[in-house]
Design a protein around this ligand. Structure first.
Ligand SMILES: [Cu+2]
Length: 461
C-alpha cells in the first residue's frame, strides 16, 4: 500500500467525512504538447455501404499519455481511446471482438438501442474469456455520439483504458468546419505514471484521478481553423469525475446530447458532463492567428468536499494562421422530437448508500446482485422518479431505452444518463420500445455500480 493511501485512511478514520475530502487528489499540471489529438478511426472491413464491420482486440499496450511518460494500459487495439466506429442511421454494425486481456470482459454499447443479447451485460452474456472471441452485431437506429466499454469489473477495466466511441450520423447534420470526438477521462497515477491499484477507500466518492486526459493524452492541442465553426462531441468516460466544461471568454452552443441532436441550439457559459454522458457543442474560433485557449473543467460540488478543487485544464485549442474561413451559421432548428405521452406505469427508485470502510450502495433497499428485477411490458411508456437520498450526486444510466426529462425541467431531448443531485429527485419518461429482455440500470460512478447501485428491468414481449 502506498504512503498516500495510508495517510488518507488515517485521516478518514479520525476525521470522518472531513477525511473523505482527502480522497480527492490534486490534478497534476502537464505542459501542452502537440501530436495526435483526434481519436483513431476504425477500419470498415465490409465493402457493403450499409454494413460496418470492424475487428477489435482488447489488449495490454503501452500508451504515451504525455511526452516522455509511457503507461501500461488496457486498450482496444492498442490505442487510447479505442477506435472510433463510424456509421449511418440504419446501418448494421458488426464487431468481431477478441479478448487478449488477462481476464474476462464484455462490450456494452452505451446509449445504443441494441437487442438485449448484444448489450454486453452478464444477465444476457457470459463474459468473454481470455483468448476467446465474440461477434457483436446490431442495427444502429439513432444518430448520435455513443461509446463502448466493458460491463465486467467496469470500475477497474474502464479505469485502465477500455473505451471507444461509435458515431452515428443521420440526415440533417449541421454544416460545421470540423466535427471531432473528444473523450474525457482521468486516471489516478503514481509517481512512475503507472495506474494506481484500486483502493477500497476511494469507492465512497468514486475514484477521482490526478491526471486529466482528452483523447488519451494529458493537455493535448486541438488545432482549429481561424473563424471556423467547430463541433466537439464530448464523452465523459471517467469513473467518477464530473467535467464542467468551459472555454473562458466564449459562449458554447449545445446542439446535441446523449441521443443525438436537440430540437434547437442553446447557448451556455459552461456545461456539466457527468460520467457516461455526451454533449455536442459548437464553438466559433476567433480570427486571431495562432491564438491558444484552454478548455477547462470548472469546480463542481458533487458532495463530500469535491467542490473545493480549483479549475483544471483539459486541453488546448489553437488557431491556425491561415486565412480565416467563413463561419457557417448554426441552424435555428435541429431536430423534431415529440414528447412522450402520459405513462401507463409509474415507478420510484430510491438511491441509498451506507458508508464505512467498505461502502455499499443500493436501489430500493436492494444491493446488486441480490436484487429482484422490475417487471415491465414491451411498448409501455413508464415514468420513473429517481430519488437520491444520499449526500452526493449520482449519474443514473438506463440501458436499452432512451428517456425524456419531466422534472426538474421538461425536456424532450433524448438521454440515457442523467445526474441526480444529492438529496433531490429527477423524473423521466421512457417508452420500452423494440427490444424486450433484461436490461440494467445503475449509477455510472463505476465504483458505485460495482458496489451495488445497480438493478434490472425485465421487459416481457
Ligand atoms: Cu453513484
Amino acid at each position: 500500500m502506498r504512503l498516500w493511501s495510508l495517510l488518507a485512511i488515517a485521516l478518514t478514520a479520525c476525521m470522518g467525512d472531513m477525511g473523505m475530502d482527502m480522497m480527492i487528489p490534486d490534478v497534476i499540471d502537464v505542459p501542452a504538447s502537440a501530436g495526435r489529438f483526434d481519436t483513431v478511426a476504425a477500419v470498415d472491413l465490409d465493402p457493403a455501404p450499409t454494413v460496418v464491420e470492424v475487428a477489435l482486440t482488447a489488449r495490454v499496450a503501452d500508451v504515451e499519455l504525455a511526452p516522455g511518460h509511457v503507461t501500461s494500459m488496457w486498450t482496444y487495439d492498442g490505442t487510447l481511446p479505442g477506435p472510433r466506429i463510424e456509421a449511418n442511421v440504419g446501418d448494421t454494425v458488426k464487431v468481431r471482438f477478441t479478448n487478449s486481456l488477462p481476464e474476462p470482459t464484455t462490450i456494452h454499447w452505451h446509449g445504443v438501442r441494441v437487442p438485449a443479447a448484444m448489450d454486453g451485460v452478464e444477465a444476457t452474456q457470459a463474459p468473454i474469456a481470455p483468448g476467446a472471441t465474440f461477434t457483436y452485431e446490431f442495427v444502429v437506429p439513432d444518430a448520435g455520439t455513443f461509446w463502448f466499454h466493458p460491463h465486467v469489473r467496469s470500475d477497474v477495466q474502464v479505469e485502465r483504458g477500455l473505451y471507444g466511441t461509435l458515431v452515428v450520423r443521420g440526415p440533417g447534420e449541421p454544416a460545421t468546419t470540423s466535427d471531432r470526438v473528444v473523450v474525457l477521462d482521468d486516471l489516478l497515477i503514481d509517481d512512475a505514471w503507472s495506474v494506481a491499484e484500486p483502493d477500497a477507500m476511494q469507492a465512497m466518492v468514486g475514484r477521482q484521478g490526478n491526471l486529466i486526459l482528452a483523447n488519451g493524452r494529458a493537455h493535448p492541442i486541438a488545432a482549429v481553423i481561424r473563424g471556423g465553426l467547430h463541433r466537439y462531441r464530448f464523452v465523459n468516460a471517467a469513473n467518477a469525475r464530473y467535467f464542467r466544461l468551459a472555454l473562458p471568454g466564449h459562449r458554447l452552443t449545445v446542439i446535441g446530447g446523449d441521443g443525438g441532436l436537440v430540437p434547437a441550439p442553446r447557448e451556455v457559459d459552461d456545461v456539466l458532463l457527468v460520467p457516461g454522458q455526451r454533449v455536442d457543442l459548437v464553438v466559433t474560433a476567433t480570427n486571431v492567428a495562432g491564438e491558444t485557449l484552454e478548455w477547462q473543467s470548472l469546480p463542481y460540488d458533487r458532495g463530500h468536499g469535491t467542490g473545493a478543487k480549483p479549475a483544471a485544464i483539459v486541453f488546448q485549442q489553437q488557431n491556425d494562421d491561415a486565412t480565416p474561413v467563413t463561419t457557417p451559421a448554426v441552424p435555428s432548428s435541429l431536430a423534431t422530437i415529440a414528447p412522450l405521452p402520459a405513462p401507463r406505469v409509474q415507478r420510484e427508485l430510491r438511491l441509498a448508500e451506507s458508508g464505512g470502510h467498505s461502502p455499499t450502495f443500493s436501489i430500493n433497499g436492494e444491493t446488486f446482485p441480490a436484487i429482484t428485477p422490475l417487471a415491465a411490458r414491451l411498448g409501455d411508456v413508464e415514468e420513473w422518479s429517481i430519488v437520491n437520498t444520499t449526500a452526493m450526486d449520482h449519474p443514473f444510466h438506463l440501458h436499452g431505452f432512451r428517456f425524456q426529462l419531466v422534472r426538474p425541467t421538461a425536456d424532450v431531448a433524448w438521454r440515457d444518463t442523467i445526474n441526480v443531485p444529492a438529496g433531490q429527485t429527477v423524473v423521466f419518461r421512457t417508452r420500452l420500445e423494440d427490444h424486450g429482455g433484461r436490461w440494467m440500470f445503475h449509477c455510472h460512478i463505476l465504483e458505485h455500480a460495482e458496489r451495488g447501485m445497480m438493478g434490472e428491468l425485465e421487459v416481457a414481449p
